[in-house]
Design a protein around this ligand. Structure first.
Ligand code: SAH
Length: 366
């Protein structure tokens, strides 16, 4: 059996340096310049490995565009401002946002479009989709200009590398990736490091028991911190969509290839690796920006009027196009589809009105 080359290189590194944190493994698999999952392909859509909300229906981006423009007006229409998207995929969400906001007086004139994207393949596709709008690209969130920031991300944070640890007494044993030489061919498997106390996980001693697995993502927290700083200092708002919960519990690391779950260690670099997003960690990192109540995606889209928009679009459709449109509406909002699993977190500057369609919590943290 021939080995995938990325697997060889990972095994070589483990041989030399010992087991690696899951975050290093994810980073290599996703973004290796020559063989990483995102660097080498367009993974989205029915022919790809997974499908996302903006690829399901134009309604998703249109409603987000209107919510962002309404919030921009509620905040006094600051100009110029940065409109930024992290991990824009094919550029579909941003194209829908921009089409829906064309009629908002002053919005496009004041906007400077920045896309945060690590993949050269996807940058090219985004450039084609958004050719009319002259976007600028960066792969470092810290490069975002120091001015009002309106930020959106869909299924970006779930792609950022996580680490995992298993609770043992009052310490944590990190789950690391190591060589597996028990099978026919060399492969990879999980191992547990010796338990140590981890100060950054101290708050998780309250809500976990011996043996529980927890996850955390330093890169996700660092992005949230930069976005939060910009918004708190210069104004603006963020809308973050992803699957996950207020506080992450258990092992949610998963690999998806061709719309099917597969082993994350099979053919590294050939499957999408993700984990559920810990929204509390993002909200805490974003301080002094103020988090909204974490809201199910379906509830948010209903508040923004997705049913009225779906009915308006349906008037122009018949036959299979109409059936697909009705199915897309259901898929985005129904509790048994994406409506409840996916959540929305908004961030705004202290003292500013919440993002349209979102509510402030009574107390952000218990
Ligand atoms: N938002 C899009 C695509 C989601 S897939 C949609 O909803 O369809 C994840 C996106 O994040 C891809 O564009 C991927 O290339 C990008 N990405 C993943 N890790 C990244 C990183 N560390 N820095 C910048 N972009 C990243």
């Amino acid at each position: 059996m021939t080995q995938a080359p990325l697997l060889d290189r990972i095994l070589q590194r483990i041989n030399l340096q010992g087991p690696m944190p899951l975050s290093d493994y994810m980073q290599i698999c996703m973004l290796d310049p020559a063989q990483g999952y995102y660097t080498t392909r367009d993974p989205l859509g029915t022919k790809g490995d997974f499908i996302t909300a903006p690829e399901i229906s134009q309604m998703f981006g249109e409603l987000i565009g209107l919510a962002l423009a309404q919030t921009w007006m509620d905040h006094g229409s600051p100009a110029p401002f940065t409109l930024a998207e992290a991990g824009p995929g094919r550029g579909t969400l941003m194209a829908d946002i921009l089409r829906a906001t064309r009629g908002v007086p002053g919005f496009h004139d004041a906007m400077r479009l920045v896309l945060i994207e690590a993949s050269p393949t996807l940058r090219r596709i985004q450039g084609d989709t958004l050719a009319d709008y002259t976007p600028a690209w960066t792969d470092r969130i810290e490069d975002l200009p120091k001015r009002p920031l309106f930020f959106v991300a869909n299924e970006f944070f779930d792609a950022l590398p996580i680490r995992q640890a298993q609770r043992m007494g009052d310490g944590w044993a990190e789950r690391v990736v190591t060589a597996d030489d028990t099978g026919l061919a060399p492969g990879l498997t999980f191992a547990l490091m010796t338990p140590t106390p981890l100060p950054e996980l101290a708050h998780r001693l309250d809500d976990t028991a011996d043996g529980d697995v927890i996850e955390w993502s330093a890169p996700a927290q660092s992005v949230a911190a930069t976005v939060g700083q910009r918004i708190a200092t210069h104004g603006g708002a963020a809308l973050i969509f992803d699957y996950g919960d207020w506080r992450s519990q258990g092992d949610t690391f998963q690999a998806l290839r061709d719309h099917q779950p597969v082993s994350p260690f099979e053919a590294p670099g050939s499957a999408d690796l993700t984990a559920h997003v810990d929204f509390e960690a993002l909200a805490r990192a974003a301080a002094p920006a103020v988090p909204s109540l974490l809201t199910p995606q379906g509830v948010f889209l209903e508040r923004l009027g997705i049913t009225a928009r779906a009915q308006a679009l349906a008037k122009r459709l018949t036959g299979s196009a109409l059936d697909a449109h009705i199915a897309a509406h259901r898929r985005l909002t129904h509790p048994q589809e994406m409506g409840t699993l996916f959540k929305v977190l908004a961030l705004t500057a202290p003292g500013r009105p919440p993002v349209a369609g979102m509510t402030d919590p009574e107390r952000p943290f218990s």
